[in-house]
Write a protein that binds this ligand. Structure first.
Ligand code: R1P
Ligand code: URA
Length: 291
């Protein structure tokens, strides 16, 4: 078995993976990821009890028990670069022996569920509604650094996206990855389903104009108008495609659920985004508790 060197997988003097500052026994195998560190206690306050609390940089983690389920909630901060760190370290905690620094012979699969916020790209996906991402379509570049290949349906979707939007001319090669059908099936009633585009920023990369001109002034329209059979783009945010792509490569079940706080077609913003996020947290925990 090949030993993974100290420079490649950093383990601190607590025996914890460096960025998350977590040891294997401090992680549950069903994990909720949230962007905002303040959203971690908003999730764990629903647990029956909390076993572990860790915090390092933007990565706040609470692990505890809800009903019969052991759950971890971890904040990722904002963006795909953080997702690279979080997914790799979560996986290392279960699939790499941190003492011998070797890959374990038996794969442990995690359930990773993002509970985030997002901007809608369809007029009929209103603010304060919830979206389940059937696919993450990345214009963020993260998966281009890994050996990643779409399946046949994903390849066709991607080709159609490139042809219809022509966005690849000014940005990195887009990629696409489906979410876990195994998890999506639990989130049906009262959820919109659609493709989520993951962007490497909040302003220009999501077509917002403050003081700067955009290289793709028609970004929103192109995304809104895209269709492929029954598929359309419902929303965009900054983590889903990285979670789906890395999760698939590493062998985990991943799902991304978003509370819609902005609608970029109708130009509305939620009047009480905190209440909407709180509702999504409760709904998600109820579903996880029941499955
Ligand atoms: C931008 O405001 C952030 O909000 C969304 C985006 O993906 C990005 O991380 O998700 P979170 O509310 O989960 O952070
Ligand atoms: N998060 C995003 O990334 N974009 C939005 O418009 C709202 C939340």
């Amino acid at each position: 078995m090949q030993r993974i060197p100290e420079s490649e997988l950093i383990i601190n003097n607590r025996g914890a993976v460096y960025h998350l500052d977590l040891r294997p026994e401090e992680l549950a195998h069903t994990i909720i990821t949230v962007g905002d560190p303040d959203r971690v206690p908003a999730v764990s306050k629903h647990f029956d009890h909390i076993e572990h609390k860790r915090s390092h940089r933007e990565f706040v983690t609470h692990t505890g028990v809800l009903g019969k389920k052991r759950l971890t909630v971890v904040s990722t901060g904002i963006g795909p670069d953080n997702i690279d760190i979080v997914l790799n370290e979560l996986d290392a905690l279960v699939n790499i022996d941190l003492l011998t620094r070797t890959i374990k012979p038996q794969l442990t699969q995690l359930n990773v569920i993002r509970v985030g916020t997002s901007g809608a790209l369809q007029a009929d996906v209103p603010t304060d509604s919830f979206v389940v991402s059937t696919h993450g379509l990345g214009i963020d570049n993260l998966l281009n650094f890994y050996r990643f290949e779409e399946n046949e349906e994903e390849k066709q979707l991607l080709q159609s996206f490139i042809t219809q939007t022509q966005l690849h001319q000014r940005i990195s090669q887009p990629y696409i990855c489906g979410g876990s059908a195994h998890l999506i099936k639990h989130f049906v009633n009262n959820f919109h389903h659609g493709i989520t585009v993951t962007c490497p920023g909040f302003y220009g990369p999501q077509g917002r104009i403050l003081r700067l001109g955009l290289s793709n002034p028609h970004l929103i329209d192109r995304l809104t108008q895209f269709t492929f059979g029954p598929h359309r783009i419902t929303n965009f945010e900054m983590e889903t495609s990285g979670i789906y792509g890395l999760g698939k490569l590493l062998g985990h079940h991943c799902l991304s659920i978003s509370a819609i706080v902005a609608n970029r077609v109708t130009k509305q913003f939620s009047k009480d985004s905190q209440a909407t996020i709180e509702q999504l947290i409760k709904k998600t925990l109820d579903i996880i508790n029941d499955w």
